[in-house]
Write a protein that binds this ligand. Sequence first.
Ligand SMILES: Cc1ncc(COP(=O)(O)O)c(C=O)c1O
Length: 456
Amino acid sequence: MGPEQARQVLAETSFVGWRRQAGWSPLLIERAEGCRFFDTQGRSYLDFASQLVATNLGHSNTAVAEAMAAQARRLPYLHPSFSTPLRAELQRELSGVLPPGLPRCFFSTSGTEAIEAALKIARVTTGKPGILARSRSYHGATAGAISVSGEFRRLPVEGLGTVPGTEWAPECYCYRCPLGLRYPSCRVACVEEIDRILARQQDIAAVIVEPVVGSNGVILPVPEYLPRLREITRRRGVLLIADEVMTGWGRTGRWFAVDHYGVVPDILVTAKGITGGYAPLGLTATTEALHQVFEQRYFPHGHTYEAHPVMLAAALAAVREYRRLDLVARSEREGRRLLAELQQLAARHPSVGEVRGLGLFAAVELVRDRASRIPMYSPERKLTGDPSVVEEVAEAMLARGVFVLAWGSNLILAPPLIVKAEEITEALAALDDALGIADAAAAHAAPPTGAFGAQG
Ligand SMILES: Cc1ncc(COP(=O)(O)O)c(C=O)c1O
């Protein structure tokens, strides 16, 4: 089928996530290799986003692909009540990379499903319905997971596709402090606010956080935030759920982002990079104590594709590849280079409000005005589908052959962890050029208005 006909068929037959449906005319991609992917016309694109922050191992890892093919030939699928030596081997590998004290693993097929399992485990083990989540967050698309996600994605389905029981806490976002304070004189008031909420609300089972907020703009907590949150949750007898769907697997320069802060949650959720994006797999890892609750009691959860053998084979091969290629250390090293180069570049562009990053995970937050920090983006545009300036910058980069993500006011840079120094230079040259669009908009555009106007 030719590309035009294929696009027509796709336009007439598809639902596409998180966008207005009209006008969808996707690039048709044929193959990928290393950090690049190629369209049907043979054009090459540098993948500076690991697609959806998943292909941490790059696109042509034969060890993972072959492990999956071999498993599919030998035993493609199994009733979840049976198991395999493969799962035992994977568990052994996981025990070497997960934070200590999280030995019990439930395998599903996505980050969202892994979050659902975590929420259910938290609610059933504590007997409490409430979850405390933060305003700038994303934890997944299904009813439970979207109900604990920030308003940006939740509002369009609020009340129809959500379930009650979420309390909201301010995020730790110093560039736009929700409490209007400054660090360090604030004494990390945002985490103390969580303590106050937990003192007031006795029915909260768990606090859920992305240790480094991902799709809302690579927002790093101040160093004392997570250790203090761990202290507070422990003292109040509330579980701590760390959502490492995006930040796990070396993305931030440690196996998991919580490792930067010496914090071990009660439940760690991950997906995406667990297979390097080669197969859909979610993991919910818990303490022994949480598992004990179900020792003599029914565990009310499960899926047809729970612990799917081909997915587990992909994960086992992926963990070994992360180690063999030393990708976690590489992410830290190359991430430092990326951040330093981004900071230099930012100084030349008035539309750049802040650059943030940890490991090979960085955001360039665009503003209409540096002094007043007016966000470049107004979320109404997401709902209407009109391209934002931030999206225009990303599109200009794509036209130059570099793929990055445009999320809210942020450009997100998250290349495969195998990225080479010259590929970083190539991506930043494209960014440098494309930021001209945002600089022009910063000089001319009117401030955003509307209900979301204050949001980045
Ligand atoms: C932090 C976080 N949690 C959960 C999810 C949901 O994962 P999935 O899209 O695999 O269902 C995502 C997806 O981007 C995420 O970034």
